[in-house]
Design a protein around this ligand. Structure first.
Ligand SMILES: [Zn+2]
Ligand SMILES: [Zn+2]
Length: 259
C-alpha cells in the first residue's frame, strides 16, 4: 500500500491510500476547491477514487465526503449516525461503518481489511481505523480525547501509524483560546496532546513500525518541532530511533510513502 497525507489540522483532514488497484480517501474535510486541487496535485482525476472512509462527523473530517464520493462515483463508508446527513446523502452508495467491526472491501488476496475502534471524542461515534492488505498495516488514530489501552490493542501491528499530536499542554494553557475551548481540547472528549500521543505511540510500537506521521497539529497551540521531539524521545527511550517521524501539514501534502 501507498499513502499520501493531503492535509491535516483543524482546517481539514484528508489522506489518500492506494491499496492494490483501489484508491481510498481517508476523511474528506477540506473545502471542495482545496480538496480538488490536492487531488489533482496527486494526479487523481475523476472516477479514480473507489472508496471514501470518514472517521467521524466533525466538518474538518467529513465536509466534502458526500461531494467527492458523488463526483468520483465512490462508495462512502461512515458511521450510521452521520450517513443520513444531507451532505453525505449525495454519495451514490453508502455503507455504515460500525464500532469495533471487521469489514472487508473486495475479496481474495487483494481484499482490504478494515477494523474500527471507538475513540473518546465529543462527536459520537469517532472511529480509529486499522487497514490491512497483503500483510501490510496502516493505523489511523485522530481526534482522541485521551489515551486508551483498548485502542493500543485494536490498532496493533502497524507498519505506518498516523497519530494525532494536537497540542502542547503548556502552549495551550498559556495560549489565546477562551477558557471553555481550552477545557474542551484538554478534556476526555477533546484531542491528544503531544505527551498523550507519546503514551499511545509506546503502546502501538511493534517490530514492523517504520514511519509515524503526526496529525492534527494545532497552529496556535503546538509547534512541529516540539511534537516531533516528543515522538522521537519516546521512540529513542524504547530503542527505536530507526522509526521515521513526519509532521503532516495543513497547507501542503506530504510526499507519498510506502507502507
Ligand atoms: Zn478534527
Ligand atoms: Zn473531531
Amino acid at each position: 500500500m501507498r499513502l499520501r497525507v493531503l492535509a491535516s489540522g483543524s482546517g481539514g483532514n484528508a489522506s489518500l491510500l492506494w491499496a492494490g488497484d483501489r484508491l481510498v480517501l481517508l476523511d474528506a474535510g477540506l473545502p471542495v476547491t482545496a480538496m480538488t486541487e490536492r487531488l489533482l496535485e496527486s494526479r487523481v482525476g475523476m472516477k479514480a477514487i473507489d472508496h471514501v472512509i470518514v472517521t467521524h462527523g466533525h466538518l474538518d473530517h467529513s465536509r466534502t465526503a458526500g461531494v467527492i464520493a458523488k463526483r468520483q462515483g465512490a462508495t462512502l463508508h461512515a458511521p450510521a449516525e452521520i450517513l443520513e446527513h444531507r451532505s453525505l446523502k449525495r454519495a451514490p452508495e453508502r455503507r455504515p461503518l460500525g464500532v469495533g467491526v471487521d469489514e472487508v472491501i473486495g475479496e481474495g488476496a487483494d481484499a482490504l481489511a478494515i477494523k474500527t475502534a471507538l475513540v473518546p471524542h465529543d462527536c459520537f461515534p469517532t472511529l480509529a481505523l486499522r487497514l490491512e492488505q497483503h500483510g501490510r498495516v496502516l493505523s489511523l488514530l485522530t481526534d482522541c480525547g485521551e489515551p486508551r489501552e483498548d485502542l493500543g490493542k485494536a490498532l496493533g501491528g502497524a507498519h505506518v501509524l498516523l497519530i494525532e499530536a494536537n497540542h502542547d499542554v503548556q502552549l495551550l494553557r498559556e495560549g489565546p483560546y477562551p477558557q471553555s475551548l481550552k477545557d474542551r481540547v484538554l478534556g476526555a472528549g477533546g484531542h491528544l496532546s503531544n505527551d498523550q500521543m507519546a503514551i499511545m505511540l509506546r503502546r502501538l510500537l511493534n517490530p514492523h513500525l517504520h514511519t509515524v506521521v503526526l496529525l492534527h497539529l494545532s497552529a496556535k497551540n503546538n509547534r512541529p518541532e516540539i511534537a516531533r521531539r516528543v515522538a522521537m524521545e519516546a521512540l529513542e527511550q524504547a530503542g527505536r530511533s530507526d522509526v521515521r517521524v513526519l509532521c503532516a501539514e495543513q497547507d501542503r501534502p506530504l510526499e507519498p510513502l510506502d507502507i
